[in-house]
Design a protein around this ligand. Structure first.
Ligand code: C2E
Ligand code: C2E
Ligand code: C2E
Length: 88
């Protein structure tokens, strides 16, 4: 079910996202590449994205922001804690 939690920062694991073979996340991957390009942020292993952009992406997936977060979680492409991510 969909839970309503305060939105925390959305951080994508780019390696996993770009390696993800399934067609399902193709739009998320394309969007992330576009954001990297706009920021000139090419060397990161992770990418923090705007809540507004997540909302727009959710529409593409005919879903809600929390629904899309669930899907991203299932695919293992979200980083819960970027600092812990780099510590491991
Ligand atoms: P902009 O929206 O006018 O933002 C100009 C600069 O303000 C950004 O340069 C960034 O240094 C800073 N900035 C704006 N919003 C935030 C924020 O929420 N957090 C942080 N940490 N900094 C922020 P930058 O990164 O070189 O981006 C240049 C332009 O590229 C942005 O101009 C925007 O038009 C676009 N852009 C970059 N990233 C995104 C994104 O995630 N989503 C969207 N929709 N556009 C983005
Ligand atoms: P870092 O770049 O050394 O940043 C450490 C912490 O400084 C961040 O922890 C955040 O609390 C703060 N910080 C750095 N840049 C900004 C900024 O533009 N705006 C704000 N408000 N705070 C900032 P956080 O968010 O937990 O990130 C941990 C690490 O994850 C970062 O270390 C960086 O290596 C990576 N990371 C997170 N988001 C991005 C991203 O969009 N692009 C890239 N290339 N790396 C990212
Ligand atoms: P953050 O840098 O820690 O920013 C947290 C929130 O503060 C942003 O959530 C946004 O609501 C607000 N904020 C920070 N800087 C600005 C700004 O310059 N203009 C405006 N209008 N609001 C600002 P949001 O938008 O959900 O973004 C989440 C994270 O995504 C940001 O965390 C940052 O790590 C990244 N991000 C978003 N937009 C940009 C951007 O344009 N450039 C870069 N380099 N990073 C961005």
């Amino acid at each position: 079910g969909v839970r309503h939690e305060p939105t925390s920062k959305i951080v994508l694991d780019l390696e996993r996202l770009y390696d993800e073979a399934s067609e399902e996340l193709a739009y998320v991957a394309r969007y992330a590449r576009a954001i990297q390009q706009q920021r000139g942020d090419y060397n990161g292993r992770v990418l923090s994205i705007r809540a507004d952009d997540l909302r727009a992406l959710a529409i593409v997936y005919d879903s809600s922001p929390s629904g899309l977060i669930e899907r991203l979680t299932e695919h293992g492409v979200l980083v819960a804690d970027p600092r812990a991510f780099f510590a491991s």
